[in-house]
Design a binder for this molecule. Structure first.
Ligand SMILES: *Cc1c(COP(=O)(O)O)cnc(C)c1O
Length: 448
């Protein structure tokens, strides 16, 4: 069994969306919650599980967003709920750096087993993805004695000061929030759809340009870390052209640079592997995980080569809540569920369902310029015209809005705000994915 057996796995609309209870709560939210916290969808949740979110008006909505890619195992997986409930009734907190507990150690052991590479590995746990990325940079700096960090076009690494500097897109993530941390250098990524000389040359030329900029403008021996998402998330589900990642990885190895894979969105079965970098046989020095790791509880990790992790002085890494025992119990339940339900295979099945249907849609609607991604991390990029590839954020917003009104939660993303991303929970029923795609097709017909 996956989760909430009582929550019927079907789309059901009994009010307009948003319904009256959601509208009431929205009015209270506007009074009490800062406006900067915007909502994709003004619909309040009552229960959620499998591929369904039940709202406070009793509508059943199809979830193709999994709470920003978090609920890989669903929103209330039994193994997660049981373990975290049992842990919460024993103790909710001691601070691992004051009084340690076994759950933290077990999560670190699981990460050593699951992440790529058979070298000795160690982990440190945090509360959020951004916090973990920052700590990966701290570790790389101490290990190398260097300062510079290289990141890529279209990257997203979080919203804290250092990770805003690592993130590419200004609006809404960085606008007005500077000054940003220094010693961050951005270089090209192999984005096949938009590479000026076409997708075939993309991997080689992008890698050449990136390496040229690093060596000429930064100096390879000033670089502590290269940080990259093996499949870019907020930037628009960009899959770097095949060959790009291995070239950059090798460059890092040749120059004593710590290669950091940010697998916060792409990790934990999402792309049809435990981690997306496995598809090109990449073994990162450090891998950063969060989102899918703990079935919705806040938890993040940096896992890496023992000798790199251990270059930091005792007491140098930590935080009050990092590796909270309830979150660790949830992570162990989530990981057990991923194994038991073979969710890597499930992700690959979802890819087949999504991509075959999206290909048919692209025959009908020529504003679909590109279909890409892997596993249950699939996107379409919308353009005004397939020749110019001019981004079409208006149509993107209109299609998403039509989906929402029909009870299907899709998310938009991308540097040009012209990408619709499909990021369902991996435990979603295939029938719900198909129905979501029916709704998507109607939404295209309506909106364009
Ligand atoms: C979401 C995300 C982050 C930031 O994680 P938070 O938990 O929101 O701080 C960093 N990197 C990637 C690739 C992400 O998708």
């Amino acid at each position: 069994m996956t989760d909430l057996p009582s929550l019927r796995q079907e789309r059901r609309l009994i009010t307009s969306i948003p319904g009256p209870r959601s509208l009431e709560l929205m009015a209270r939210k506007r009074e009490a919650v800062a406006d900067a916290v915007a909502n994709t969808w003004p619909v309040f949740a009552a229960r959620a599980g499998g591929g369904i979110i039940e709202d406070v008006d009793g509508n059943h909505l199809i979830d193709l967003g999994s709470g920003l890619g978090v609920t890989v195992v669903g929103n209330a997986a039994q193994a997660v709920v049981q373990r975290l409930t049992a842990q919460a009734s024993r103790f909710t907190h001691t601070a691992f750096s004051v009084t340690p507990y076994e759950g933290y150690v077990k999560v670190a052991e699981a990460l050593a087993e699951l992440t790529p590479g058979d070298h000795a590995k160690k982990s440190v746990l945090f509360n959020s993805g951004a916090e973990a990325v920052e700590n990966a940079v701290k570790i790389a700096r101490v290990h190398t004695g260097r300062r510079a960090v290289v990141v890529f076009d279209h990257a997203y690494h979080g919203r804290t000061n250092l990770t805003m500097a690592l993130t590419a897109k200004t609006m809404p993530f960085k606008q007005g929030f500077g000054p940003f941390a220094p010693e961050i250098y951005r270089v090209p990524v192999a984005y096949p759809y938009r590479w000026p000389t076409g997708p075939d040359n993309c991997a080689r030329e992008a890698a050449e340009q990136a390496i040229d900029q690093i060596t000429k403008q930064v100096g390879a021996d000033n670089v502590a870390a290269i940080v990259i998402e093996p499949l870019l998330g907020e930037g628009g589900f960009i899959e770097p052209a095949a060959g790009f990642l291995p070239t950059i990885r090798q460059f890092a190895a040749d120059n004593g640079i710590v290669f950091v894979a940010d697998e916060i969105q792409s990790g934990f079965c999402r792309t049809g592997q435990w981690f997306a970098c496995e598809d090109e046989g990449i073994v990162p020095d450090l891998i950063v995980t969060a989102k899918g790791i703990a079935g919705g509880l806040p938890l993040a990790a940096v896992t890496g080569r023992a000798e790199i992790m251990d270059s930091v002085h005792a007491g140098g890494l930590g935080g009050t809540y990092g590796g909270n025992p309830v979150a660790c119990a949830a992570a162990l339940g989530a990981i057990a569920t991923m194994k038991e339900l073979d969710l890597t295979a499930k992700a690959r099945k979802i890819e087949t369902v999504l991509k075959s249907r999206l290909a048919l849609l692209a025959e009908k609607f020529d504003i679909i310029g590109d279909i890409r991604g892997r596993g249950a991390m699939i996107a379409i990029e919308l353009v005004r015209d397939r020749t110019t590839k001019e981004p079409n954020p208006e149509a993107t917003a209109a299609v998403a809005r039509a989906c929402h009104q029909a009870g299907v939660l899709v998310l938009t993303t991308g540097t040009y705000s012209n990408v619709i991303r499909f990021l369902p929970p991996l435990v979603i029923g295939e029938d719900l994915v198909r129905e979501g795609l029916d709704v998507l097709e109607n939404s295209f017909a309506q909106a364009v």
